[in-house]
Design a protein around this ligand. Structure first.
Ligand code: TTP
Ligand code: MG
Length: 358
C-alpha cells in the first residue's frame, strides 16, 4: 500500500480560547468555560493558564474554584463555538476532500500525494489568520499516529511521527495511549502484566486474541504503529440530546414534564434539519444523591414528529421510572438514526455537518 499522509488537527482549549479571543480581559488568565451559570455546573474546558492548577474538563465548577480561586468562569455559548467550527472545517476543505470530522474542533485530513508538512503549516497559518486561534497538528502515515502526534506538543503543537521513530515513541507509552483503550481495557491489560505499549507488542498474540477477540488483533497492530483505517466521513455522534441541571432539586413531576416538552421541541427542530428520522428515545435522570438512571424506548416506526417524541418521553417518565428521590438533572436524547429511504444509512453528509445539524 502506498504511503499515506494523514494530518490530525485539534484546536487548543477550544471553547476557552474563543472566549479569550473575544474578550481581552480574559487573555492570559485562568478561565474555565462552565456548564451552568449557577454554581452546580461542570467545566467544559479550561484555558491552559487554568490547567496549571489542575482544572480540567468534566470537573465540577466548585472543585475548579477550590483548585484555582482566581478562576474566571465563563458561561457556555455553544452557538458561537459552532459558528467558529464551521469556519474551521471550511478551512480543512480547502486542503483536501478527504476529511473525517471528529468533533467541533477536531478532524483528520488525508493529504496523500501532497507534502503533509507544507500543507499542515498552511492549515495552521490559515487558522491563525482567519480565526485568530491556535491549533495543534499531528502528521504521520495513519490516523492513530497522527492523533497521537497532535497531542504530544499541545498547545500550538506541530509534531511529525516518521516511520523510523514509531518504535522509539510508542514503546515507553502507557497502553492507555492506544486508540480504543479506555479505563476498562487498561485494567484488563494491566492484569495480564501489560502496562506499556512495548509489553503489549511482545505479548503472546494468541492469548490477546483469545481474550479480546477482534479488538486484540487491532491492539497488536496499533502497538506496532499499524493502522489501516481510512479517513472517512461518518456520523460520530449518533444521538441528539438536551440535558440540564436544575438550579434546585425537583420533586414536582410537572416541572419534569415541562422540561421534557422543551427538550422535545429543541430536539425535533434539530432532527428536522438533519433529514434523519430517529428510532430510540432515552430519558436520563440524575437524582439528588448523584445516582443516574436512564430508560429507553425504541419505536416500531422511525419518526421526526414532535408529538411522538414528546409523548414517548412522557411515557418513559411515567412508566419506566419509579421516582422516589428529588431530581437534580433531567435529560432527553434521541438516537438510532435512519434515513427515510435508506434504513441503515449513517454516513455523514459534509454539508449537513457544516450546517451544524449533526
Ligand atoms: P477537546 O479538544 O478535548 O479539548 P480542548 O480543545 O478544550 O483542549 P485541548 O484539545 O487543547 O486539550 O474538546 C474540544 C471542546 O469540546 C472543548 O473546548 C469543550 C468541549 N468539551 C466539553 O464540553 N466537555 C468535555 O468533557 C470535553 C473533553 C470537551
Ligand atoms: Mg481541542
Amino acid at each position: 500500500m502506498a504511503n499515506k499522509a494523514i494530518i490530525h488537527v485539534d484546536m487548543d482549549a477550544f471553547y476557552a480560547s474563543i472566549e479569550q479571543r473575544d474578550n481581552p480581559k480574559l487573555r492570559n488568565k485562568p478561565i474555565a468555560v462552565g456548564g451552568n451559570p449557577n454554581s452546580r455546573g461542570v467545566v467544559s474546558t479550561a484555558s491552559y493558564e487554568a490547567r496549571k492548577y489542575g482544572v480540567k474538563s468534566a470537573m465540577s465548577c466548585k472543585k475548579a474554584k477550590i483548585l484555582c480561586p482566581e478562576l474566571i468562569i465563563v458561561p457556555v455559548n455553544k452557538e458561537k463555538y459552532k459558528r467558529v467550527s464551521k469556519k474551521l472545517h471550511k478551512i480543512f476543505r480547502k486542503f483536501s476532500d478527504k476529511i473525517e470530522p471528529i468533533s467541533l474542533d477536531e478532524a483528520f485530513i488525508d493529504v496523500t500525494g501532497s507534502n503533509p508538512i507544507i500543507v499542515a503549516k498552511e492549515i495552521k497559518k490559515e487558522i491563525k489568520q482567519k480565526l485568530r486561534l491556535t491549533a495543534s497538528v499531528g502528521i504521520s502515515n495513519n490516523k492513530f499516529l497522527a492523533k497521537l502526534a497532535s497531542d504530544m506538543e499541545k498547545p500550538d503543537g506541530f509534531t511529525v511521527i516518521n516511520k523510523n521513530d514509531v518504535e522509539k515513541i510508542l514503546d515507553p507509552l502507557p497502553v492507555r495511549k492506544l486508540w480504543g483503550v479506555g479505563p476498562k481495557t487498561e485494567e484488563q491489560l494491566n492484569k495480564l502484566g501489560i502496562y506499556k505499549i512495548k509489553d503489549l507488542k511482545n505479548y503472546d498474540k494468541n492469548i490477546l486474541i483469545e481474550k479480546f477477540g477482534k479488538k486484540g488483533i487491532e491492539l497488536i497492530e496499533f502497538s506496532k504503529g499499524i493502522d489501516n483505517r481510512p479517513v472517512e466521513w461518518r456520523v460520530k455522534s449518533q444521538s441528539i440530546g438536551e440535558e440540564n441541571t436544575f438550579s434546585k432539586d425537583v420533586s414536582d413531576i410537572n416541572i419534569l414534564r415541562k422540561a421534557v416538552n422543551q427538550y422535545a421541541l429543541d430536539i425535533t427542530k434539530r432532527i428536522k434539519k438533519s433529514h434523519y428520522l430517529i428510532k430510540t428515545v432515552t430519558v436520563k435522570i440524575k437524582y439528588e444523591d448523584f445516582t443516574v438512571e436512564t430508560r429507553s424506548l425504541t419505536l416500531k416506526q422511525p419518526t421526526d414528529k414532535l408529538t411522538i417524541i414528546r409523548d414517548t418521553a412522557h411515557y418513559i417518565l411515567d412508566n419506566k421510572f419509579n421516582i422516589k428521590k428529588k431530581v437534580r438533572l433531567l435529560g432527553l436524547t434521541v438516537s438510532n438514526f435512519v434515513y427515510p429511504n435508506e434504513p441503515i444509512q449513517l454516513r455523514l453528509d459534509i454539508d449537513e455537518y457544516m450546517r451544524g445539524t449533526i
